[in-house]
Design a protein around this ligand. Sequence first.
Ligand SMILES: Nc1ncnc2c1ncn2[C@@H]1O[C@H](COP(=O)(O)OP(=O)(O)OP(=O)(O)O)[C@@H](O)[C@H]1O
Ligand SMILES: [Mg+2]
Length: 335
Amino acid sequence: MLILAIETSCDDTCVAVVDGSRILANTISSQTAHAHFGGVVPEVAARHHLDLAVPVVEAALAEAGVSLDDVEAIAVTTGPGLIGALLVGVSTAKAIAAPRRLPLIPVNHLQGHVAANFLDPDPLQPPFLCLVASGGHTLLGAVRDRFGHEVLGQTLDDAAGEAFDKVARLLGLGYPGGPALERLAAEGDPEAFELPVAMSREPGLNFSFSGLKTALVYLCRDLGPDGVQERRADLAASFQAAAVGQLVAKLRRALKKGDWEAVALGGGVAANGSLREAVAALCRQQGLRLKLVAPELCTDNAAMIASAARFAPHLPYPDYLSYDAFATGEAPVVA
Ligand SMILES: Nc1ncnc2c1ncn2[C@@H]1O[C@H](COP(=O)(O)OP(=O)(O)OP(=O)(O)O)[C@@H](O)[C@H]1O
Ligand SMILES: [Mg+2]
């Protein structure tokens, strides 16, 4: 089935055309306006989505070499995310689907991150354990089928990506900070500073990143501006080692508690080379299959939304006209 998918939950305007597990186009227009503010400004994001939605749909169709007449269903992220940004995507999806009487497929953004693993090349079949680490979430998901995932543990405060972004900002690296911090960390010593690997004594599968971020704030205060400048790479490397250390420790613990044969990653932090290497080493050690998708399928994209949509309920016209976006939690039940 040829699906056109729209993803506008944060600051990237994303449209994809996917046929089964095959990606025909995966177009992403990243908004640069937010760099000026050091983070995403929700109102600015929504306004940019309005400008970009139609041109990005046209670009994706052209890249895929298809027209709207070929499209059989429209998928869209309905939440969680920034409500104004989501509403632009949902309205665009309805406006394309309704006149053509096409079905609409609402998709949960986090299931999208999991479903990136169902795409070519080499789609992963459940069951598998999936670590999702992104800008707004960090969770361990038990993926037993392609329809959803059970949350086994999640962050109690900041998300891993949020911590990368905040520490990057502290080190003067700009926004988004994750990739820049990884590049700087490559030049530093991960053992230069001893930082807390949070939740290591807590027996559950939850995460916490706010203490690590605060430890960095105090460390930078003690070093002073010149000291921070001099030790930037060591600070980045030590932070990255502590953050990756916690993610891998919890993954190891979850593997011990279950009978898993395969592991997958999802979310923007899954693009981090140090995390990918550490998880690969763990899987080698335990004889487990590891699925790593390309970095551009880790950060927000619409191909992953189309992938989740293949296994989600299709709403026929006109049932979806009153369907709404949601900022947090689960999709509201529509009467
Ligand atoms: N190479 C990298 N190393 C570490 N972090 C990274 C890397 N690349 C991206 N990130 C982080 O990933 C996050 C973006 O991921 P993603 O697009 O999945 O988040 P989001 O959609 O904003 O949040 P959510 O999916 O929870 O709604 C940012 O916090 C970014 O800094
Ligand atoms: Mg995301």
